[in-house]
Design a protein around this ligand. Structure first.
Ligand code: ADP
Ligand code: MG
Length: 322
């Protein structure tokens, strides 16, 4: 009897300890979206602020639209060589690798094209075929040359928009880990990062939005540190004459990609890989997407087809919504 009472007391104490740690939440606006940091164990407000500050520092290096960023410098350097930080070099190398492995479905040299699709304008316009053709002249991942001194883009116009949230989230997670945070959930405008396990021992539950409606298509159950990135035509778009134009482009034509998928979600240990691959799979479509994903055995995917049906690829714990 005594032993049972002691066990109950211990269990209650453990529960209390588990609850004693108050979650810390902090938010900022960066990368054109809201960043939310939730620390569930081992973190303080200072740690959360440090992660958000790291995001700002990364954006200042990687944004093509930020005067003075390393990517801005590369885009303006013509045949010149630009010295690079370790982060920018790493992001370029990884993005070019995913670009090659995806057969060019992910192409980080579409800046001139994506600038023509001005989704942020009050009155966005559909670019002309001629303008698109001219912009596509600045495309060419093979032109980017990384050397010991830095990089030369040889005129290619770089836009890291398809991998930036993933790459920056990875850096924020690293910052938190270095500071001793044991459990955290980050949301970078829909790109989700889990760090460690949930303090209560249950798996993280991440919902995947229904690209065709208000609800969600289902939920993922994850344990440990992961990144979940979704690319969909429903995230950023404008409508003109009854046609919807979204922001993920077919690098072959410069027009919004039409692959038969309305969203592609990728789950991977690296945010950069999850983000880059989700864009690539959305562009490439189901069949080619399956081939691309097989080159990344650590990653899994949830694809939503035009008719709303769902296909999972790889090892993933997915529960469809009823
Ligand atoms: P989001 O940033 O909304 O999560 P993505 O990760 O799919 O979506 O990135 C889309 C952004 O990447 C676009 O806004 C554009 O800047 C750029 N982009 C569009 N199409 C491609 C593509 N095929 N390859 C690489 N970058 C692209
Ligand atoms: Mg992406």
């Amino acid at each position: 009897m005594k032993r049972r009472a002691l066990a109950a007391l211990l269990a209650a104490l453990l529960l209390l300890c588990g609850c004693a740690e108050k979650p810390v939440t902090a938010q900022s606006f960066a990368l054109d979206t809201v960043l939310t940091v939730n620390l569930l164990s081992g973190g303080t407000a200072e740690d959360a602020e440090a992660a958000l500050a790291r995001a700002d520092a990364c954006e200042a290096l990687l944004s093509a639209h930020r005067e003075g960023s390393e990517i801005d410098a590369l885009n303006k350097s013509g045949e010149g060589t630009v010295p690079l930080s370790d982060l920018t070099r790493f992001v370029l190398e990884e993005a070019l690798y995913i670009g090659r492995e995806s057969g060019g479905a992910l192409d980080i040299t579409l800046l001139a094209v994506s600038d023509l699709w001005d989704y942020k304008s009050e009155d966005p316009q559909v670019p002309s075929e001629e303008a698109l053709r001219e912009a596509l002249v600045h495309k060419g991942m093979e032109r980017i040359e990384l050397t010991a001194e830095g990089a030369c883009a040889h005129g290619a116009q770089i836009d890291l928009g398809a991998v930036a949230k993933g790459a920056v989230g990875d850096e924020m997670v690293k910052t938190l880990q270095t500071r001793g945070v044991r459990s955290a959930l980050l949301d970078l405008g829909g790109s989700i990062f889990t760090l460690g396990d949930k303090p209560d021992g249950t798996p993280w539950t991440v919902a995947i939005d229904d690209p065709a409606g208000e609800g969600f298509v289902g939920t993922l159950a994850l344990r440990g540190s992961w990144s979940v990135s979704t690319s969909s035509g429903a995230q950023r778009y404008f409508e003109k004459d009854g046609v919807r134009y979204h922001h993920i482009l077919d690098p072959g034509t410069g027009w919004p990609a039409q692959s038969g998928l309305i969203s592609a979600t990728v789950i991977a240990p690296s945010g950069l890989v999850a983000d880059g691959l989700s864009t690539a799979l959305f562009v490439a479509g189901e069949e080619e997407g399956e081939r691309i994903l097989s080159r990344f055995p650590e990653a899994a995917a949830v694809l939503v087809r035009q008719d709303g049906s769902v296909r999972t690829l790889g090892d993933v714990d997915f529960t469809p919504a009823d």
